[in-house]
Design a protein around this ligand. Structure first.
Ligand code: KIV
Length: 276
């Protein structure tokens, strides 16, 4: 039976969801199977995050992943994403050097199949956001904790803890809105700061660790599935599975079966024909 037609989530859908108060379900995906399962689960938006540097490549931060690597992952995700809106995350140095580099890099994500791109920073990247939106590219901003500038901000620290600090985050978010972004992502803010930024903007505001008073929630799929290999355990991520345990158990059982001769069994073997 052919698949049911799926109505693609668009920026207009996201605006409608904001107006009607429907929370957007937003998840990272870096590969075809994960994006397929997310689609089946009805996830609204997928981020091909540069967190792939850590989740998929075992790097210590997001800084080491290249544009080419991000595009390969994006192509895999976009092959599976029929309904979800896919956002390609612009890696370090793919937009910082100039407006022109930003437009070219963002364009490469669209050619790879993404519906939009995301870049980190507020006021200081507003001209990049303007250049990309002027080129017809849908851009999501990302303010608060911005991992690509982790050395500059002194580590993976919660942002906007005081009213004054939250006002600065709002100022950054406003600069991005004025530059034409269709949405802003807030990372690692207290709920009060998340609410302040949301109230101060007209575009949808999504959060990862920014509390409940936003228009949708993003999580890193490895955090909720329990298959991240590393030491970072963000407070805001809730675990829905322990794939690490499951995968390791399966590999141990396989190893035992190979070593004891229990695998392969006859049903795993091909039959001969006219064997002399
Ligand atoms: O790369 C990513 O997954 C992100 C989130 C941490 C916001 O940018």
């Amino acid at each position: 039976m052919p698949d049911q037609p799926t109505k693609k989530v668009t920026i207009e859908t996201l605006r409608r969801m904001k107006r009607s108060g429907d929370s957007v379900v937003f998840l990272t995906a870096y590969d075809y199977p994960t994006a397929t399962f997310a689609e089946r689960a009805g996830v609204d938006m997928l981020l091909v995050g540069d967190s792939a540097a850590m989740t998929m490549l075992g790097l210590p931060s997001t800084l080491g992943i290249t544009l080419e690597e991000m595009l390969t992952l994006s192509r895999a995700v976009c092959r599976a994403a029929r309904r979800a809106l896919v956002v390609g995350d612009m890696p370090f140095l793919s937009y910082q050097p100039s407006d022109e580099i930003a437009v070219r890099s963002a364009g490469a994500f669209l050619v790879a199949g993404c519906d939009a791109v995301k870049c980190e920073g507020g006021t200081r990247v507003a001209s990049r956001v303007r250049a990309m939106t002027d080129a017809g590219i849908a851009v999501m901003g990302h303010v608060g904790l911005t991992p690509q500038s982790v050395a500059q901000i002194g580590g993976y620290r919660v942002q906007g803890k005081t009213r004054a600090a939250a006002e600065r985050v709002l100022e950054d978010a406003r600069a991005i809105e004025e530059a034409g972004a269709f949405a802003v992502l807030l990372e690692a803010l207290p709920p009060e700061a998340g609410a302040l930024v949301r109230e101060g903007l007209t575009i949808p505001v999504y959060g990862i660790g920014a509390g409940p008073h936003v228009d949708g929630q993003l999580v890193i799929s490895h955090d909720i599935l329990g298959n991240f290999v590393g030491t970072v355990t963000p407070r805001f991520a809730s675990r829905y599975a322990s794939l690490d345990v499951e995968i390791e158990r399966a590999f141990r059982s396989y190893a035992t079966d190979v070593r004891t001769g229990a695998f392969p069994r006859p049903e795993h073997c091909y039959q001969t024909k006219d064997w002399e």
